[in-house]
Ligand binder design. Structure first.
Ligand code: ZN
Length: 704
């Protein structure tokens, strides 16, 4: 029955996006020759250069699955989208170009990202005549070296904030006199001008002077770009142990790893069972009674499929005699609906009659809804069909799941400053639990062999939750790799149709209490099928309650890192704003902002120490400024409610492709070598966070 599941779910997403794109721009450029092909029903994560801001706005309004922040390049928004070949073809016809297939769906063996250069660069429009010169100011100017290549990044603000056509160029000079220039692009957020910027630009050597000029005749003062991040961790001593990650880890693997660490390092570890058990990797069982392309009723079990309901049969029968009433009977695991007949023996029951009768007479065991489009149609004789929860994973126990945390330190009594690292709130972000587990094991293994690590664990109390959302993670590993949310289905009515199965669940990182959807903030949805669905209420989900309960139970926790993927970001509050006027949650004080930024530079430096990955200055800062508004995220609750310095990583930085001269995204489940590299470098960043906490505690002792 559920062979159809995959493509019907995709057809649904297609409807959403097609609806969003139903107003094509008549002035859109002719489509470029397609250089990236997807089969019409194939799903992939694709980096797409959109035609214009309006196309992006229509996608967002239609509920498109945006995987990353849309970024302007060549003046056009660039977005990472989970979409089908058919949707990509629609976008291409309306002027978009696919830039990169970051990752394909259902591709267990070939996760290798495929990259193709975009067909053509857009011809920039002519300069407009200047009436009066504007004033230009550099907001950021940084350079760094990675992989033997020097990069430069700049942000410039113009006083001509309301002029969408002003063009800004940065001119650079190196110490040996080489010069060059590159254009910046206007960046708006929520309708407000922010600044002009560009992706990091390769330059031949260290730049020593920058100036900016504008098409209105404005010129900036010359500035000397600063070295980014200009911080390095203490050198690792000879014999420092690392590389404890050999493969991607499912939640079952993560649980085994936690148990092993608990046994192996009894003197340094407590394993904490968090108080709110999840639903588990389980779902109700469902089937179409009838043909959804013609007339059908969706029949669903009230209990989960694993609770004796998978395999239950459902059928409608013609009683074969005139004048019979509609009856419903459940016996020997078969639900039989005998249809009503008229005096001539003709069946008279409709789809609505059948759904209503099942709910009225067998509502304790089953719920039935008329399939979308089948309302009021004659009910066919159908079945028997077997109810099925559709779950494919066999290693996963079908029962509520106990989420676990590791507590690491010599003094686990609340007397030492606490650091919390937690990952995989979002199921598909497979590399993130590798980061936190590598971090945990580095601390434990080196405490035996390295005096500096031993000293750190004398002074700091470390908490690690490797997998916040195990049910969604199990679904991502075993059923649908782009799953982001948990497995709790709060949908009602036609949205419970099994064709929406890959779209159910709550976005755990939109379910917290501060700056939430329920408070009127931007970046979460009330639609149960949206990728950013906020749940039925703040903290409606056990996954989010676990994070907050752990932090509340341990008031010595003063620092937290929420580990996500991908894109290479380092962020802190505020993480949300209200749409009207883009009013953010309160900004941290000057002192706290200074601590956030100075600590971030240390941690970015430690990440870079592993394999040279440099998190861009443009992607280091408050969430609401550098990524997007994320209403109801966990870091905001930790910071504003509990006073914890709460950061977010997006691991998996874009990689520079020397051949194409472009930055390329790595995706949620990159080839394992890349995921391994991410685990090593971001574990190094978390160790530096522990040093940050130690240094902070030296001046701010824990009060008990
Ligand atoms: Zn995430």
């Amino acid at each position: 029955m559920f062979v159809r599941r995959r493509w019907t779910a995709l057809a649904t997403i297609s409807i959403l996006i097609t609806a969003a794109l139903s107003h094509p721009d008549p002035g859109a450029a002719a489509p470029a020759a397609p250089t990236i092909t997807l089969a019409p029903t194939e799903t992939a994560l694709v980096r797409v250069r959109l035609a214009d801001q309006g196309q992006l706005d229509r996608l967002v309004a239609g509920g498109a699955d945006l995987a990353n922040r849309p970024r302007s390049r060549d003046g056009r928004p660039v977005a990472d989208l989970v979409l089908t070949g058919r949707q990509l073809a629609d976008l291409t016809r309306q002027g978009a170009n696919a830039v990169q297939v970051v990752q394909r769906a259902d591709d267990g063996t070939r996760r290798l990202a495929e990259s193709v250069r975009a067909a053509e660069a857009r011809t920039r429009s002519g300069l407009r005549a200047a009436d009066g010169a504007d004033t230009l100011q550099f907001l950021q100017a940084y350079w760094w070296t990675t992989g033997g290549r020097t990069f430069l990044q700049a942000q410039v603000a113009t006083t001509a904030t309301d002029d969408p056509d002003v063009e800004i160029t940065v001119n650079w000079r190196t110490a040996d006199g080489a010069t060059g220039s590159f254009p910046l692009y206007r960046f708006e957020d929520s309708g407000e001008y922010q600044y002009h910027y560009a992706l990091p630009q390769p330059v031949p050597a260290r730049p020593v002077q920058l100036t900016a000029t504008s098409s209105l005749g404005g010129t900036s003062r010359p500035v000397t770009p600063a070295l980014w991040p200009n911080a390095a961790p203490p050198p690792q001593p000879a014999g420092y142990q690392k590389d404890f990650i050999d493969a991607y880890l499912t939640p079952v693997d993560v649980r085994a790893r936690i148990a092993r660490l608990g046994r192996q390092y009894r003197d340094l570890v407590d394993v904490i069972d968090l108080p709110n058990r999840t639903q588990g990797y389980r779902r109700t069982a469902a089937a179409y009674l009838g043909d959804p392309a013609a007339a059908a009723v969706v029949v669903e079990s009230v209990r989960f499929g694993d609770q004796g309901m998978d395999g239950v049969q459902v059928r409608t029968v013609d009683p074969g005699r005139p004048g019979r009433p509609l009856t419903v009977r459940y016996r020997d695991r078969v639900l039989t609906v005998s249809l009503a007949t008229d005096s001539a023996g003709k069946v008279t029951s409709s789809t609505d009659d059948v759904a209503g009768a099942i709910n009225a007479r067998q509502g304790a065991r089953f719920r039935a809804t008329v399939e979308d489009g089948s309302a009021g149609l004659p009910m066919p004789v159908a079945g028997p069909v077997r109810l099925d929860d559709g779950l494919q994973g066999t290693e996963v126990p079908a029962r509520p799941w106990t989420v676990q945390a590791l507590r690491i330190g010599k003094h686990r009594d609340g007397s030492r400053v606490g650091v919390l690292a937690y990952s995989q709130e979002h199921a598909r972000e497979w590399a993130t639990s590798l980061v936190t587990l590598e971090f945990a094991e580095r601390l434990l293994a080196n405490a035996r062999t390295d005096a500096a690590t031993r000293q750190l664990l004398e002074q700091v109390d470390v908490f690690v939750i490797p997998t916040v959302n195990p049910d969604g993670a199990n679904y991502s590993f075993h059923d649908y790799n782009f799953q982001r949310k948990n497995l709790v289905n709060h949908c009602t009515g036609v949205a419970r149709d099994p064709k929406y199965r890959t779209m159910w669940g709550v976005d755990v990182n939109r379910n917290y209490t501060v700056g939430s959807l329920f408070d009127g903030y931007v970046g979460a949805s009330a639609n149960c099928l949206s990728g950013n669905y906020a749940g039925t209420a703040e903290l409606s989900e056990p996954e989010s309650r676990n994070v907050i309960d752990l932090a509340r139970a341990h008031p010595n926790i003063r620092f937290a890192m929420n580990v996500h993927s991908y894109g290479g970001y380092f962020m802190w509050p505020p993480g949300a704003y209200k749409a009207d006027g883009r009013v953010t949650l309160p900004r941290p004080s000057i002192d706290e902002s200074t601590l956030f930024l100075a600590s971030a530079r240390r941690i970015v430096g430690a990440i870079a120490a592993e394999r040279g990955t440099v998190t861009w200055p443009s992607q280091t800062g408050p969430v609401a400024d550098v990524l997007y508004s994320a209403a109801g995220n966990s870091a905001d609750q930790l910071y504003y409610e509990l006073g914890i310095f709460a950061w977010d990583f997006e691991v998996g930085n874009d990689r520079w492709n020397e051949v194409t001269g472009q930055w390329e995204g790595v995706g949620f489940q990159p080839p394992f070598d890349e995921a391994h590299g991410e685990s090593q470098e971001y574990a190094g960043g978390l160790v530096e966070l522990v040093r940050v906490a130690r240094d902070y505690a030296a001046g701010n002792p824990v009060r008990r």
